[in-house]
Ligand binder design. Structure first.
Ligand code: NAP
Ligand code: F7E
Length: 348
């Protein structure tokens, strides 16, 4: 564990869903929190830094590129962090079918450059890699544990297996305190609008506000093990507080279908999803993963990690947030002031 009075944390991907919750968690614990962002983010902070807008006065942001080893080395050398949480990635699985190359380049090289920079400039820094249940893909056993073999089914999954192997190898070959979390899907009102849960909750909000008429989804029978991002970032931190570096599955241990999510989300607003939702082949994937269901037994035993938010609470929180957002957007437009409404609420 860090011995400095105010330990220093560096987060890549701090502008994303997990980065924003993790930054809140670390600030509350007294960390000095630094984040790596793309240079363009500094140019249009009102859009690109939306999820961390409420934290900005307490954060120190650095422009650097995942594609550039020198830029990462410079930031790591300057800050010499106690802990580094590597969350930045092209994280949308569907997009990785459209552009395998950028997904592989960003996700694999970015992880490699960062690990190498830490090894060379801050070898005592503890490192967290954001692994994914997508690494299991065509899973050979259900539920999946840390010992389940990987069989990724997308460039995204492949990139995460490579990142996982790089992390393990830096631990074994160079003695870095490097951990990989194998996190199953986790959602929140800060989820990107392209992911199915937020696509649904945002549609419910817009339909109730009269801004949208229906919702086209892909495979309604696809199932996921969905938890709340706020609970999952705590597991990341817990991994880096152990005496030995190790890898952990983080999951709820229950799955639900996209159909069930939609049913609950529309019902939370008093609507019947069957009146609005249709399945459109456009949103099907060329290859789907098998039943991804996580066994977080090791995280429970070793880390003492527990999830607090149930599936029902998660759906309700997302829908309530998006109902408010859509209503606020309509009110502003009616008043003809039409400022852009933040898609994410402040700390919750
Ligand atoms: P997210 O909301 O999509 O955030 C991704 C972050 O990565 C953003 O800050 C984004 O920056 C940054 N990023 C993407 N491409 C980049 C590039 N080329 N250069 C620099 N930064 C780049 O993802 P998340 O849900 O918070 O997930 C965090 C991490 O956990 C990701 O690595 C994801 O693959 C992994 N993961 C997520 C889940 C999940 O269910 N959420 C599950 C397992 C693993 P911009 O804002 O500038 O785009
Ligand atoms: O899809 C189905 C889709 O895009 C979930 C990322 O955080 O979690 C996330 O990846 C399921 C899939 O997330 C639509 O086919 C149906 O079966 O919300 P998603 P994901 O692909 O599971 C993993 C763990 C990560 O690591 C990733 O970074 O929902 N689905 N209809 C749809 N999906 C989308 N996006 N849109 C639809 O209309």
């Amino acid at each position: 564990m860090p011995t400095r009075k105010n330990p220093v944390a560096l987060i890549t991907g701090i502008t994303g869903q997990d980065g924003s919750y993790l930054a809140e968690w670390l600030l509350a614990k007294g960390y000095a929190v630094h984040g790596i962002v793309r240079r363009v983010a500094m140019e249009s902070p009102e859009v690109r830094l939306l999820r961390i807008a409420h934290l900005l006065p307490r954060l120190q942001l650095h422009a650097a590129s995942l594609e550039s080893y020198p830029s990462l080395f410079r930031v790591v050398s300057e800050i010499r962090p106690d802990e580094c949480y590597h969350l930045a990635a092209q994280s949308f699985v569907s997009y990785s079918f459209e552009d395998e190359f950028s997904t592989l380049n960003t996700n694999i090289n970015g992880t490699h450059y960062l690990l190498s920079a830490i090894k060379n400039a801050a070898p005592d820094c503890r490192f967290y890699f954001a692994g994914s249940s997508e690494m299991f893909g065509k899973a050979r056993q259900v539920p999946q544990t840390e010992l389940t073999p990987f069989h990724p089914r997308s460039a995204y999954g492949i990139s995460k297996v490579a990142g996982y192997d790089l992390t393990r190898n830096y631990r074994e070959a160079y003695g870095l305190f490097a951990c990989a979390g194998i996190l199953f899907n986790h959602e929140s009102p800060r989820r990107g609008l392209e992911f199915v849960t937020r696509k649904i909750s945002a549609a419910v909000g817009r339909i109730c506000a009269g801004r949208q008429k229906n919702l086209h989804l892909g495979n309604l029978e696809a199932r996921r093990d969905w938890g709340h991002a706020r609970d999952y970032v705590q597991a990341m931190w817990m991994m880096l507080q152990q005496t030995q570096p190790d890898d952990f599955v983080v999951a709820t241990g229950a799955t639900h279908s996209v159909r069930e999510f939609a049913e609950l989300a529309f019902a939370a607003a008093g609507l019947d999803y069957r009146d609005y939702v249709s399945s459109d082949p456009e949103f099907y994937r060329p290859a789907e993963v098998d039943l991804l269901l996580g066994d977080a037994g090791k995280a429970h035993r070793v880390l003492g990690w527990r999830m607090e938010c149930s599936f029902d609470q998660l759906v309700r929180e997302m829908v309530e947030h998006d109902l408010q957002q859509a209503r606020a957007q309509s009110r502003f437009e009616a008043a003809d002031s039409a400022p852009s409404i933040p898609l994410y609420k402040k700390a919750s």
